[in-house]
Design a protein around this ligand. Structure first.
Ligand code: OAD
Length: 255
């Protein structure tokens, strides 16, 4: 079996990570889709870092849910498998998906990279890796409300979270990995779970991977722009639906 799984924020919702466009996604009355931008960072980098630091802390204490575990089980049981996740959390990884079977198309929230040079490292403000915390050079905050800003150890420019923001290019390497998988053959099953599929490339990959009559399964309590192309709609939370779908796929034919 050849399987492509595309996931978004909804898959981590039941682990307590707010989605971007849901009501609980707002932070201090700010819309996350306007915070996750180069413009917001240029305007108020402290505010953006504070938001990311809180998100890192929340992710660090969260646990993978039944949806992440089901996808990991599918990855282990399928010959040709790729997960493409838009999530910058590490819950798919912690559920046991090997790096070579996963593309994190919007980056990794625990990576801190220079906004000017190529320097990057996994760690920094609110890192999940205790030994990395505070390793980056930082300026002392003037007040309790300030967050330490990390500065590049190589070129002294401001460091930023290693994620893709709105309006930014996807990493060429990661893009190539997705394209290579899709070009190498049509899939038998494509699962799109917990995403509004607002980005054209998500729609494009789902459509191309299911080109030769694959099952295109959407798991989402709400309708999305992908819904009308799906061969099967599962209007349930991912942590309920994905374990059932994966069981059925592994036991063959029950779909
Ligand atoms: P969104 O916040 O746009 O959408 C979350 C989707 O999950 C919605 O369609 C919900 O209906 C659905 N959902 C909510 N709870 C769910 C559950 N328990 N089970 C299944 N589905 C559920 O998140 P994304 O589509 O992932 O990009 O957003 C895509 C990208 O836009 C993000 O990676 C981020 C964002 O802004 C960048 O930062 C570039």
């Amino acid at each position: 079996m050849r399987v492509l799984v595309l996931t978004g924020a909804g898959v981590s919702a039941e682990s307590g990570i707010p989605t971007f466009r849901g009501k609980d996604g707002y932070w201090r009355n700010l819309d996350p889709t306007t915070l996750a931008t180069p413009e917001a960072f240029a305007r108020d980098s402290k505010l953006v870092w504070e938001w990311y630091r809180e998100r890192r802390e929340r992710i660090r204490t969260a646990q993978p849910n039944a949806a992440h575990e089901a996808v990991a089980r599918l990855a282990q049981q399928t010959d040709e498998f790729l997960l493409v996740t838009q999530n910058v959390d590490d819950l798919h990884t912690r559920a046991g998906i090997p790096a070579q079977r996963m593309v994190r198309i919007h980056g990794d929230i625990f990576v801190t990279r220079c906004s000017r040079c190529e320097f990057s490292e996994r760690g920094g403000v609110g890192s999940s890796e205790p030994h990395m915390r505070g390793r980056l050079r930082s300026i002392a905050p003037a007040s309790d409300n300030d967050v330490n800003l990390p500065w590049c150890a190589k070129c002294h420019a401001l460091m930023r979270p290693g994620v893709v923001w709105f309006g930014e290019q996807l990493s060429r390497n990661e893009l190539e990995r997705v394209e290579n998988f899709i070009d190498a053959g049509a899939c038998d099953v494509v699962i799109v779970a917990g995403t509004t599929a607002t980005f054209g490339y998500i729609m494009d990959w789902a459509m191309r991977a299911s080109r030769d009559g694959a099952k295109l399964i959407e798991v989402n309590p709400e309708e999305t722009s992908l819904s009308r192309f799906a061969t099967r709609l599962v209007r349930q939370p991912a942590a309920i639906a994905l374990p059932r779908i994966v069981d059925a796929l592994i036991n063959r034919g029950a779909l």
